[in-house]
Design a protein around this ligand. Sequence first.
Ligand code: HEC
Length: 178
Amino acid sequence: MRHGHPGQLRKLAFLAAFAAASGLATGAANAEPKKPAKSEDGKYLDADGHPTYNISEEGKKVDWLTYSGYRRYHAECHTCHGPDGAGSTYAPALADSLKTLTYDKFQETVMGGKQDVNASENKVMPAFGGNKNVACYVDDLYVYLKARADDAWGRTRPGGHEDKPGAIAEAEKGCLGS
Ligand code: HEC
């Protein structure tokens, strides 16, 4: 056992608890949210042209995709990946994964699934490409989880949100209808 600095450890634990509590109070975590590079038809894009979040009103209001992604995540993914993208004993914390996972790799994994054939445990990420409740909302899921990964949104349900943009409603109709 290491003889460390119990006082310092207690202080860290206190700070972590404080950060979690204040994150819950405001919705936003302690990091400053990133701003989108541009917006098009009510959708927000980052510098690479990928969809991204827009947290406004001092962390109280989210864009449509973040709100929708939160709901989709908790309908389709949280049973394995844990509430708020926090992970479980079965599946990784997506709030961590998206710190490094690219937009393309995220899409590919959600649509095509993933399985580590060498793993001693048999853990499978199902392929959702054939499930429209997921496949039509993969951007929503990405944007919500990206906000979690960037600490732009905390471990709480979004309250205030922007209206659903017309372009997103159109695309959704096309995706679900075919
Ligand atoms: C039946 C359980 C299960 C469900 C439901 C599930 N996943 Fe997974 N997911 C896993 C497992 C297990 C892994 C790890 C697979 C591996 O590493 O081989 C994983 C891995 C992933 C990864 C890769 C993470 C990384 O760090 O590389 C992404 C992204 C992902 N899941 C997204 C989602 C999304 C989005 C949903 C909801 C639409 C979802 N998953 C639903 C079990 C699940």
